[in-house]
Design a protein around this ligand. Structure first.
Ligand code: ATP
Ligand code: MG
Length: 649
């Protein structure tokens, strides 16, 4: 039996050096690591200095109340001022902040001056609605510019926002509104999804029926659909915001003033309301966005495809890019509307240079075929990012070759809602990357892989991914539940933040994330990561996506059960494909990892943020009733999969 927390099965020998030209001009140079290591807190103070503070801090870090940190103690600043006004004051008002593209093809161009006016008006309108510093405001919106304006307006007046993803149901919205005790909800009549207007306001009406404390619902008109109206409670954005004054003087708030709460995606269970604060959060968002995405405000067009409803949207559509005065693309709709090349059409149209997306999207594009992106000019793309799940090495290679013109560096960024900003990632221009590895903790970040006794594992071994030092954008708690905060993150290992993910260090000490430790399989005493078996399956030319779970097995403890989606070009599968895939896994990682069972399925169950929900597949594999599906993007997927069961190999 292996003494490792995780067996270390796959090996990857491909390396990609950054192009010399990229390296020469990169924001990050190799000495950044040493510089940060010399004096970590001084390093973070330098990063904070890139922001504009109305009052400078006295202490960089106060960890005396661990595990609740205070960063830049005594400092005061306004997040909206940092993201908008100071760029206008510095003469960049006419620079585009967002090239916005609606799904039906309508567009809007929003400059930093526009943003300053709109945010000021919205801030004045919220104040007129009685919103005070410290009040929570819920935002339930499609991907339109007003969503960003609403977030910044809240930040500007010190009212923490709670953005709830627009695809969530009335029930999910109601429970989040109640948990946050929000009195005002900002929403829209609807938004465009898959070629048609999708409604939002009815879900708000249904939710508010269960939230008697909600005073006002502020509604943006986006689709022009008919909406039910409650006089006195509902107000149109165009009535109260458009008529408000565009002058508003931002007040500076304490560095630890709450900026927002945001619920995790619910991949592993009931979502947690994660609290983020002001100074440290913005510092780390701006720092990571500058170095990991190598942002050049004068020349780059940056596109993060996440929904604003997820932390990626908060940190890398709104706060990081705007703090750095980036020009961004924001797109409202789905990638296949009206055709499967829509993203690439958008990228070509705006001359996107940096693209940040998720493995689930990349694997979907792989499935659709190379010929679709090939129809568009993607030659300006110089850097690619990935976040949300492990990126399988073959998906990584595809992304680089087909989207990145075989030259763009890829930054595989590991972080969580809880960490607030990127923690582990290559530095483009510095790191020679390995497909599938997030590589190293960023300069200033303390992270390690430890064994059951909290001892760092030697190179070549697997274990638990932990964070060893407090970091500026760390969560300050779970909203309303300090005990759950300690219990969830700080109880497994004394003094270490345990993120829930497994990882290994390779022979060079580079980090490979291996999925949730709850998903790790135990096959005849070997602890095998679902990620590695999935990556082996995806490395087969016929496979587009794979999800692997361990199911109880009388002989081996657990048996490996795989669910695969085939590529469009692979035909419909059958017994020989299954045999071929089992043999392929045995060849790639060894007979121990050969799946007991492989099922070819049309879809996989995913959360609304696009992550595979393995716990539901485990229910299927073990013939149990399927658990909570409320955070599932499409619950009919589980029926499609269950129908496949009798014919399983
Ligand atoms: P919940 O905590 O409610 O179960 P969640 O963990 O999916 O939901 P998020 O905070 O959105 O919610 O996701 C963070 C998780 O996503 C990480 O813990 C990790 O499992 C996964 N993840 C994010 N980026 C990467 C990456 N680059 N490589 C591997 N895994 C990643
Ligand atoms: Mg999580």
């Amino acid at each position: 039996m292996s003494s490792d927390a995780l067996s270390n099965l796959m090996s990857e020998n491909r390396r990609f050096e950054p192009p010399a030209e990229f390296a020469a001009a990169a924001n990050a140079q190799a000495d950044l690591y040493d510089h940060a290591a010399k004096d970590r807190l001084a390093f973070w103070a330098e990063q904070a200095d890139a922001l504009s503070w109305e009052q400078k801090w006295d202490t960089v870090l106060d960890w005396s109340g661990a595990p609740v940190a205070k960063w830049f103690v005594g400092g005061k600043l306004n997040v909206a001022y940092n993201c908008v006004d100071r760029h206008v004051e510095a003469g960049h008002g006419s620079q585009v902040a967002f090239h916005w593209e609606g799904e039906p093809g309508d567009t809007r161009t929003i400059t930093y001056s526009d943003l300053q006016r709109e945010v000021s008006k919205a801030a004045n309108a919220l104040i007129a609605l009685g919103v005070k510093t410290g009040d929570r405001v819920c935002i339930y919106m499609p991907m339109i510019p007003e969503t960003v304006v609403a977030m910044l307006a809240c930040a500007r007046i010190g009212a923490p926002h709670s953005v709830v993803f627009g695809g969530f149901s009335a029930d999910a919205l109601a429970s989040r509104v109640q948990d946050a005790d929000a009195r005002v909800i900002i929403t829209a009549d609807g938004g465009y999804r898959r070629g048609a207007p999708a409604v939002l306001k009815p879900a708000v009406d249904e939710a508010v029926a269960k939230c008697p404390d909600v005073r006002n619902v502020l509604v943006v008109r986006r689709t022009g659909q008919d909406v039910a109206w409650t006089e006195g409670r509902d107000v149109w954005w165009h009535d109260v915001v458009d008529s408000a004054s565009d002058q508003h003087t931002p007040e500076a708030f304490d560095s630890e003033h709450p900026l927002y709460l945001l619920y995790t995606s619910g991949t592993t269970g009931k979502p947690k309301g994660i609290l983020h604060t002001t100074g440290g959060y913005l510092t780390q968002c701006a720092y990571t966005h500058k170095y990991v995405f190598d942002i050049k405000p004068e020349s780059d067009v940056y596109w993060c495809t996440a929904d604003v409803g997820w932390v990626t949207g908060h940190s890398y559509i709104v706060y990081g890019p705007l703090a750095n005065r980036a020009t961004s693309v924001m797109y409202e709709g789905t990638p296949d509307t009206p055709h499967q090349g829509r993203w690439w059409e958008v990228a070509e149209k705006y001359g996107v240079t940096i693209l940040y997306t998720a493995p689930t999207a990349i694997r979907t594009f792989m499935k659709w075929g190379d010929d679709i992106p090939a129809k568009f000019d993607l030659s300006k793309i110089r850097l690619l990012g990935s976040v949300g799940e492990n990126i399988n090495p073959e998906a990584w290679i595809w992304y680089r070759r087909v989207i990145g013109g075989d030259k763009a560096p890829i930054v595989d960024t590991w972080w969580q809602t809880e960490t607030g900003a990127i923690m582990i990632s290559p530095l483009p221009g510095v790191t020679a990357t390995k497909p599938g590895s997030a590589m190293r903790p960023l300069p200033g970040i303390g992270a390690d892989v430890v064994d059951d006794n909290a001892k760092p594992v030697p190179n070549g071994h697997g274990g638990y991914m932990v964070l060893t030092e407090p970091w500026p954008s760390m969560l300050r708690g779970i909203w309303g539940d300090p005990e759950r905060f300690k219990e969830t993150y700080w109880s497994r290992f004394e003094g270490l933040y345990f993120a829930g993910d497994g990882a290994k260090k390779d022979d060079d000490g580079d980090v490979w994330l291996l999925g949730r430790v709850d998903d790790v399989m135990n096959v005849s005493g070997h602890r095998i990561s679902t990620t590695e078996v999935e990556s082996a399956l995806v490395s087969h030319e016929k496979v587009a996506e794979a999800a692997v779970v361990g199911a109880t097995d009388a002989t081996t403890g657990q048996g490996i059960v795989a669910f695969v989606i085939l590529r469009s070009s692979a035909g419909d599968g059958g017994a020989d494909v299954v045999a071929e895939l089992r043999a392929h896994v045995a060849k790639e990682i060894g007979p121990i990892a050969k799946p007991r069972q492989i099922m070819v399925v049309p879809e996989l169950p995913k959360t609304r943020s696009g992550k595979i929900m393995r716990r539901l597949l485990r229910d299927v594999a073990e013939n149990r009733d399927i658990g909570d599906v409320t955070t599932l993007a499409d619950s009919s997927v589980m029926n499609l999969i269950s129908e496949k069961l009798p014919s399983a190999a």
